[in-house]
Write a protein that binds this ligand. Structure first.
Ligand SMILES: *[C@@H]1O[C@H](CO)[C@@H](O)[C@H](O)[C@H]1NC(C)=O
Ligand SMILES: *[C@@H]1O[C@H](CO)[C@@H](O)[C@H](O)[C@H]1NC(C)=O
Ligand SMILES: *[C@@H]1O[C@H](CO)[C@@H](O)[C@H](O)[C@H]1NC(C)=O
Ligand SMILES: *[C@@H]1O[C@H](CO)[C@@H](O)[C@H](O)[C@H]1NC(C)=O
Ligand SMILES: *[C@@H]1O[C@H](CO)[C@@H](O)[C@H](O)[C@H]1NC(C)=O
Length: 432
């Protein structure tokens, strides 16, 4: 069985970052973060294979539902029914594997690749997922019941000589099917060994609920990299790690994501490495999410699409770009036009698209203004399953909803997150 390469924070797709708690009356001042050196310097981080990750099978229904939960998107009816069935099975404690709509399973790759982060003095080391779809930095902590921390590195603030409790400060991140809440300490945080930031807020979970977060094997915490300046702590939101390093450390207010199929990807901060892409970068502005302008999502508009050698259809769609999602979601009519060109493709009862791996897959082109980006035909598989069948990377979402570009296509792309100018830049990766 091959495994789709994965990425930065695959996992988070199983999560869903709706940060609820918003600021009320601030009573706790913003912390003055302090860094070690003043020189602005770019750095590159390479993912590591998480030694605590454990192989496990997850129902394809859960895989398909994850991006909907993460971004609070309406599920297509067949998926909704399958999710309901899955939940009933969990309640009944029967086998997940033999249920009609949920028979197919996939390898849960979430948390397989992470980035090392050190907290405290002496340094405690953690395997952290970096998530472009959220804005808080939180960790599994010593304040949690041991049943929830087994198999993880657990942050213990009282072991650090540089930690301090932010008395009265709390956090609560909600992921439609799970949440984490707890208290806040501040401590020295070192990412990639490059420099240490003193007094960085560290959200210490006291509990995580739901099924998704506890199932994220071997992950010790999540670093949010959305467009927020402040996190969602209350009563007083604190500056995020990303906005702090943009202010104080980086020579340019950008970070880039370059994921690699079946290998380790990189994230670079403060620099755009010309060796990691071909052609020229196409920039497009980040647009507000209708109804939730402060969502912090990296959301852009595309100007249309074409399939294979077909003609370009100029229809604007809003597009989530999320390194923490395993799939690509396209509005029903587009997904069906795509699969109409793959011989032998079919949908499971839950609506999930499959096809024989031997079939030829067309390319997919999307427009950014007048520029065009073509995703090569070898980026259309999520995972190979038994019997020579493939779980499609492209899945459908309701017609009037959003497009979501997740890991399988990001592995073909180099994406510049321009935090300063609030825009995304896209280019193709060199062939590999
Ligand atoms: C448990 O399974 C039975 C038989 O499949 C079903 O009738 C019942 O509704 C389920 N119970 C719950 C709580 O989902
Ligand atoms: C946290 O660290 C303190 C100080 O070393 C120790 O006494 C305590 O047992 C630790 N707590 C847990 C849950 O490991
Ligand atoms: C961030 O927090 C600071 C201090 O609490 C506040 O002055 C500032 O307006 C906030 N910025 C945003 C964009 O929320
Ligand atoms: C993005 O698309 C939405 C929906 O089509 C539209 O309302 C909005 O004006 C567009 N924004 C930009 C900057 O093109
Ligand atoms: C263009 O795409 C939209 C969305 O899938 C579809 O509704 C429309 O019919 C397409 N137009 C043409 C000319 O194919």
């Amino acid at each position: 069985m091959t495994r789709s390469p994965l990425m930065v924070s695959l996992a988070i797709c199983l999560l869903c970052l709706l940060l609820t708690a918003r600021a009320q009356t601030p009573t706790i001042p913003r912390i003055a973060l302090q860094g070690g050196s003043k020189a602005r310097k770019a750095f590159s981080m390479t993912q590591t294979r998480n030694p605590n990750w454990k192989w496990r099978q997850i129902p394809v229904t859960a895989l398909y539902a994850a991006p909907f939960l993460k971004h609070h998107l309406r599920m297509p009816e067949p998926l909704k029914e399958a999710v309901d069935e899955l939940q009933m099975e969990v309640i009944n404690r029967t086998s997940l594997v033999h249920e009609r709509a949920n028979g197919q399973t996939a390898v849960g790759t979430n948390g397989l690749y992470t980035f090392p982060v050190h907290i405290g003095k002496p340094a405690q080391t953690f395997n952290i997922m970096f998530d472009t779809g959220s804005g808080d930095f939180w960790v599994w902590s010593w304040l949690m019941p041991q049943t929830l921390t087994n198999g993880r590195n657990v942050y213990n603030a009282t072991k650090s000589s540089e930690s301090d409790r932010l008395t009265g400060q709390s956090f609560n991140v909600n992921y439609a099917q799970g949440s984490a809440y707890g208290v806040v300490w501040q401590d020295t945080v070192t990412v990639n060994g490059e420099y240490s930031i003193q007094g960085n807020p560290v959200e210490c979970a006291q509990n995580v609920g739901g099924t998704n977060l506890p199932g994220l094997t071997g992950v010790d915490g999540i670093m949010g990299l959305n467009t927020w300046i402040n996190d969602s702590e209350y009563p007083s939101p604190q500056q995020t790690w990303l906005s702090f390093i943009v202010d104080q450390y980086l020579p340019a207010p950008v970070f880039t994501v370059a994921l690699v199929r079946n290998g380790v990807g990189t994230m670079d901060f403060g620099t755009i490495d010309a060796k990691k892409y071909t052609g020229s970068l196409v920039y497009t502005p980040v647009v507000p999410l209708p109804g939730w302008a402060e969502s912090g999502y990296w959301l852009v508009n595309w100007s249309g699409f074409s399939i294979g050698k077909g003609s370009f259809n100029s229809t604007v769609h809003q597009v989530f770009v999320d390194s923490g999602c395993n799939l690509v979601l396209l509005p029903t009519s587009i997904a069906r036009k795509y699969y109409a060109q793959i011989r032998g493709s079919w949908q499971q009862t839950n609506g999930f698209w499959m096809f024989p791996c031997a079939a030829t897959t067309p390319t997919f082109t999307f427009g950014l203004g007048t520029s065009r980006i073509t995703i090569p035909s070898n980026h259309m598989v999520f995972q190979v399953v038994d019997g020579g069948n493939c779980l499609g990377a492209v899945q459908e979402i309701e017609e009037d909803s959003y497009v979501l570009i997740g890991v399988p296509w990001l592995e073909a792309l180099f994406v510049v997150h321009d935090y300063g100018a609030k825009r995304l830049g896209f280019a193709l990766r060199p062939s590999y």
